[in-house]
Design a protein around this ligand. Structure first.
Ligand code: AMP
Length: 425
């Protein structure tokens, strides 16, 4: 089915098709084909959308049409609001909107706001309002507190990666934002997973929504080969270096459990003449943008990241993701490996399994209904044996679904005193 038969207005279709052609989108993805006609008719939509499904254009295109058919924003008003969990996703969604709006006859002003950077330029930019605002919840509330914008004219609300918004502790902020929005509006709700809290939020927000689920077996399903390599924990960096040097990977995203580990592993790779940088929430926004840009430009071969990077990062041609440390949960595993194999490309996801983390990986496999054969690499065969006492939760970031140890509880207490989403604000 071509984009032209999804119900776009004939007056705006040529401009949208030109932008789509420029981006190389020749036909709609499954989620676009299902969601766009309903959104254009003004319906609420509840979409179960995996990373890489094309969900951004699924809400961006109809939103742009609606806004291009009505008068531009003025005052401090915002007309379309997209809430996202992370800065990186905010930037990406903003870029998509701008590129898709490029040829529309009416200028669509897109404002992207997130925390961690000075609020003043964002306030200045909001003078005269914005047709679409893409925001992380904390900074949006800060801007409202500064009287920099008003939500009273919002006609469309998008929650992008709603599950992640709640995972990152934005539930309360979301509630406050929803209370400031006009009751009469269109709601578009996108989430990769539907745990009970997300179902409840969706139910409270949406009116007679069209439920869109892109089947796992659809053609948009990413082509990701999953591998698990058994190795002793202290030899993981050496194995990573060996694989980077021998497998001919030009770009590798490595996931670790802590900011400290990201720094150390990147440092060790650099000492072996591999261009590597850490990527985590304690870096300045400028540094994070620089790392991403260098990675995209292939100046960097390896980025060693914490889970901050697991969502929202869209790097075309990322052939390899390595789980140096295991993710905490099966859902995080899916998000991590979803960074590769995007937009029809194939990818490889490699997980290092040590004696201590084998049981945790089995749990992830069970939850994901997966069975990843264990491999060993010559010269790196493990000699350590695991055992219940050998497990150190600090090396994996903890295990979801297991009774927390004293150490886990201490870590949780520390995390509570420093909210996990602070770095997004
Ligand atoms: P998203 O799920 O919105 O993050 O999109 C995933 C990737 O698919 C991005 O790299 C998009 O640029 C790309 N994409 C989205 N829609 C299409 C399409 N219709 N045809 C080809 N690529 C697309």
């Amino acid at each position: 089915m071509p984009f032209s038969s999804l119900g776009f207005s004939s007056a705006l279709l040529p401009a949208l098709l030109q932008a789509l052609a420029e981006k190389g989108y020749s036909a709609p993805t499954a989620i676009q084909a299902q969601a766009i006609p309903a959104i254009l008719q003004g319906r609420d939509v509840l979409a179960s959308a995996q990373t890489g499904s094309g969900k951004t254009a699924a809400f961006a295109l109809p939103m742009l049409q609606q806004l291009a058919q009505t008068p531009s924003a003025s005052g401090r008003r915002v007309r379309g609001l997209v809430l996202v969990p992370t800065r990186e996703l905010a930037v990406q969604v903003g870029e998509s909107l701008v590129s898709l709006a490029k040829y529309l006859p009416q200028r669509i002003k897109v404002a992207v706001v997130f925390g961690g950077v000075s609020i003043n330029p964002q306030m200045m930019n909001l003078r005269g309002g914005a047709d679409i605002m893409v925001a992380t919840p904390g900074r949006l509330l800060d801007l409202i507190a500064h009287n920099a914008l008003s939500l009273e004219s919002v006609t469309t609300l998008v929650l992008d990666e709603a599950d992640r918004l709640l995972d990152l502790g934005f539930g309360e902020e979301l509630g406050r934002i929803l209370a400031l929005l006009p009751a009469q509006r269109q709601n578009l709700f996108f989430s990769a997973t539907f745990p009970p809290a997300i179902e409840a939020l969706a139910k409270s927000m949406l009116h007679n929504p069209l439920r869109v689920e892109v089947q796992a077996a659809a053609q948009t399903e990413p082509d990701i080969t999953q591998r698990a390599i058994e190795v002793d924990a202290p030899r993981r960096t050496q194995l990573l270096r060996h694989l980077v040097q021998t497998e001919g990977w030009n770009r590798v995203l490595v996931f670790v459990a802590t900011k400290h580990a990201a720094e150390i592993v990147a440092d060790k790779l650099r000492k072996a003449d591999i261009e590597a940088e850490p990527f985590h929430g304690e870096l300045s926004q400028g540094k994070r943008q620089q790392v991403l840009q260098d990675f995209k430009l292939k100046i960097l071969q390896v980025v060693v990241a914490t889970d901050v990077a697991a969502r929202g990062l869209d790097i075309a041609q990322l052939p390899v993701v390595v789980n140096y440390d295991l993710p905490r949960s099966a859902v995080d595993y899916t998000h991590r490996i979803g960074r590769t194999g995007r937009a029809g490309e194939s990818g490889v996801a490699i997980t290092f399994v040590t004696a201590d983390t084998d049981a945790h990986f089995r749990l992830i496999e069970k939850r994901q209904r997966l069975s990843v054969p264990r491999e060993q690499v010559a010269g790196f065969e493990p000699v350590e044996t695991g055992g219940p006492s050998a497990h150190d939760p600090s090396s994996t970031g903890g295990i979801k679904g297991k009774r927390p140890s004293k150490k886990d509880k201490l870590r949780e207490a520390a995390a509570r005193s420093q909210p996990p989403h602070e770095e997004q604000r």
